[in-house]
Design a protein. Sequence first.
Length: 65
Amino acid sequence: MKVYRFTVYLYLIFGLFFVYDTINKYINGDENYILSLVFAVLAIFMFYFRLRSIKKIEERQNNNK
C-alpha cells in the first residue's frame, strides 16, 4: 500500500507543474495555455480521487481484521 501513497503525490506534483506551465504560457501570450490548464485540473482531480479511494481501501481492510 506504500507504493499507492507515493503515486498519489506524483499526481499533485504534475498538477503543480501544469499550473506553473499554464501561468507561464498565459503571461507569454501563448494561445495553447488551455491544454495545460486542462491537464492541471485533471491531475489535481486525480490526486484527490486517488487519495480518497486509498483511504476507503484502508478502512475496508481495517474493518475486515
